[in-house]
Ligand binder design. Structure first.
Ligand SMILES: Cc1ncc(COP(=O)(O)O)c(C=O)c1O
Length: 377
């Protein structure tokens, strides 16, 4: 017999809480991945994702990996050793794409390396002028380490104009923040199952433009497991398939989650993310907490990164919150010892933010005074 884990309220930027309908979908009997039943689930997932990517006709392909694998796959499929890439590195995940590319022998020019600020179009334009052979640019839409949301639309207008592939990490944003792959002129966009898409980890999705497919035709890096051409071929069969054995239940969960998202309506889902973010920021400010990077041009609607009060370790805050049944995320990189993060993406509602902030306020009072405080419910 296994112990059932204590159910914590996951106020983290992924994985996120699974709604009951998604849990139920994941509890169905196994179906074989080369059957019409699986193909139907696969097609409904891809069709459900199209409006979230804003990709009407082009390819949205599954990759059986987490988000990082989708990012690595994009490098392996589209570039060659010695190609040049400009990487926006204003956070841990911007940097992740830069170092993935370097590990494949791509020459990376890092720009916008200040975590306290959003991406800067002028700096990107300058880098593309300085490095005219640049083939591609990478940028995170929401960088989960800073809580910032980059103006990817503005960046993509530059990549489009310069004939450079625009590659967007939408892992912490798609499904919570609007994105328009076609209209904004993206060439690659990546997301993953476990964040705003409210399913278990295990599947990444990559949208690709025709320009990206031209780069695929000339790229010479080894693709092996990541081969997007192979994924496109098997998805194009009369009975669409995936490469390799699919994590069937993640797809079943995603199909249910996407039904929920579209029943609520994308506009309402985005408005709900804005509202939970506003509430989280208003309530935490009222407790005297400061945003980790208040100077960011835009804070993401999907999470809030906060500075721990002077003299209080973020780990102590998180441990006490866990004791109260709520999991918060730690800070990342150089900010691990001074910050923590509250995720409010996917199925998170105002009531969850409210409960989190009530408990957080009590925890802070307790830590500030060293005396346990009574929680008003
Ligand atoms: C913006 C962003 N990019 C990439 C990743 C890496 O994704 P994964 O952990 O699914 O590999 C994450 C994970 O938190 C993320 O938030």
């Amino acid at each position: 017999m296994t112990d059932r884990p204590v159910e914590l309220l996951l106020m983290t930027p992924g994985p996120t809480r699974l709604p009951q309908r998604v849990l139920d979908a994941g509890g169905q009997p196994m179906i074989h991945h080369r059957t019409p039943a699986f193909s139907r689930a696969l097609v409904s997932v891809i069709d459900g994702l199209r409006p979230i990517f804003g990709a009407v006709t082009g390819d949205v392909l599954p990759v059986h990996t987490t988000g990082r694998g989708g990012m690595e796959g994009a490098i392996a499929n589209l570039l060659s050793s010695g190609d040049e890439l400009v990487a926006c590195c204003n956070g841990k995940f911007g940097e992740m794409w830069a170092s993935l590319a370097e590990s494949y022998g791509v020459i990376v020019h890092r720009v916008c390396t200040d975590w306290t600020r959003g991406t800067d179009v002028a700096e990107v334009e300058q880098a593309l002028r300085d490095h005219p052979k640049t083939r591609a640019l990478t940028v995170a839409y929401t960088d989960t380490s800073t809580g910032g949301q980059n103006d990817v639309r503005a960046i993509l207008s530059v990549t489009r104009e310069c004939g450079v592939l625009g590659m967007v990490d939408g892992i912490s944003s798609f499904g919570g923040v609007p994105f328009q792959f076609d209209e904004w002129g993206a060439d690659v966009a990546v997301t993953a199952s476990q964040k705003c898409l409210m399913a278990s980890p295990g599947v990444a999705f990559v949208a690709l433009s025709e320009r990206a497919w031209s780069a695929y035709d000339t790229g010479t890096l080894p693709r092996n497991y990541w081969d997007f051409g192979e994924a496109r071929k098997v998805y194009g069969k009369a009975q669409p398939e995936t490469t390799g054995t699919a994590p069937v239940h993640v797809y079943l969960q995603l199909a249910a989650a996407l039904e929920l998202i579209h029943e609520e309506g994308l506009a309402s889902v985005y408005a709900r993310h804005e509202e939970t973010a506003r509430l989280a920021r208003e309530r935490t400010a009222a407790m005297g907490l400061e945003l980790l990077f208040p100077e960011l041009e835009k804070q993401s609607p999907t999470l809030t990164a906060l500075r721990a009060p002077d003299g209080i370790a973020p780990k102590a805050i998180r441990d006490k919150m866990t004791q109260r049944g709520i999991l918060l995320a730690g800070g990342l990189g150089a900010y691990a010892a001074t910050s923590f993060r509250i995720g409010h993406m996917g199925d998170i509602r105002s009531a969850d933010v409210d409960r989190t902030c009530t408990e957080l306020s009590a925890v802070l009072a307790e830590l500030r005074s060293g005396v346990p405080a009574r929680v008003e419910v």
